[in-house]
Design a protein around this ligand. Structure first.
Ligand code: SAM
Length: 288
């Protein structure tokens, strides 16, 4: 079965080479990320002869053609053809939630893209940011990119969903913890994660942006296809159940579940649900 943490380690090495070239030409984080996106839209990252490499896509982006959309996308469970230029604002959602957080933790943070995106969308400048990621290359690349934003207080920590140890956080801190297309690789999931999150004495908000529609509602339109893809690739199938059972027992309450909220429906691994759980801080409980 694929070891996804190891597979990603190789992919971050390929990405690091692209970023290194961009960093020679750009000194703005926003420009580096935008140009990296352009590169990724024009290339495919594939494993060939045991090596992970970029290959140019045969077709260049077609901006005018995109005005006549054909890409099947989900909008809160409904399927519509949409332009590739439509995007769900994860960065703004996370930036808004960060305003009441002292510490923001991303689990499975890759090269830190979501932390950088929320930062550039106006996230809380006073908060401490923790990018928790198994790949040493991903963490190194995160640090290198963070150097372009000296005001961003960012640290990297090793983290693996299969044996989950959370970064240390001061007891009185308000925590925003999230994952984006990363909990999907929690196979097997260390289910004690939710107890560890809930053990933090201060308030915690958790946001999981993941292809978990099939876990939320097995009868949803794309559930069977999504489950099939996740199972075939050895990805997580019990995250939502574990959150509901272990999380609830420990005091993490589900406050919003938006299945199949956004993303392509012809590639169900790209079809994301947004699941939010909260735990009040001990002070708040004492007041009740
Ligand atoms: C699709 S990338 C998403 C990266 C980042 N969250 C983002 O949205 O840009 C998946 C990430 O999950 C991480 N990952 C894979 N297996 C993992 C595991 N067992 N524990 C923690 N993270 C894992 C990979 O290293 C990679 O950084």
């Amino acid at each position: 079965m694929t070891d996804w943490a190891e597979t990603y380690d190789q992919s971050w090495a390929a990405r690091e080479a692209v970023f290194a070239a961009l960093l020679e030409q750009e000194d703005s984080l926003a420009r580096v990320l935008a140009r990296f996106d352009d590169f990724e839209r024009a290339h495919r990252l594939l494993t060939k002869d045991g090596e992970v490499r970029y290959f140019a896509k045969p077709q260049a982006p077609d901006p005018i053609g995109a005005m006549n959309p054909t890409t099947p996308q989900a909008f809160h469970g409904q399927m519509l053809a949409a332009s590739d230029y439509f995007e769900f604002r994860r960065d703004r959602l996370l930036a808004d939630l960060s305003q009441t957080a002292d510490c923001v933790i991303e689990l499975g943070s890759g090269y830190g893209r979501q932390v950088f995106a929320m930062w550039l969308a106006g996230a809380n400048a006073q908060a401490r940011y923790v990018a928790a990621e198994p790949s040493a290359i991903g963490r190194r690349l995160t640090q290198r990119l963070a150097a372009l934003e000296p005001r961003l207080k960012l640290e990297c920590h090793p983290f693996d969903f299969r044996s989950a140890t959370l970064p240390a956080v001061a007891p009185d801190q308000r925590v925003l913890l999230f994952s984006s297309w990363a909990s999907m690789y929690a196979a097997p999931l260390d289910r004690s994660l939710f107890r560890a999150i809930a053990a933090h004495p201060g308030p915690v908000t958790c946001v999981f942006i993941e292809p978990f529609g099939f876990q939320v509602n097995p009868h949803a339109p794309f559930a069977a296809q999504q489950r099939g893809q996740m199972e075939a690739q050895g990805m997580n199938t019990d995250f939502f159940e574990a959150l509901r059972e272990e999380g609830a027992a420990a005091g993490l309450e589900l406050v919003s579940v938006a299945p199949d909220l956004f993303g392509r429906t012809d590639e169900t691994l790209q079809l994301a649900s947004v699941i939010i759980a909260e735990k009040a801080g001990q002070d708040a409980c004492a007041e009740l």
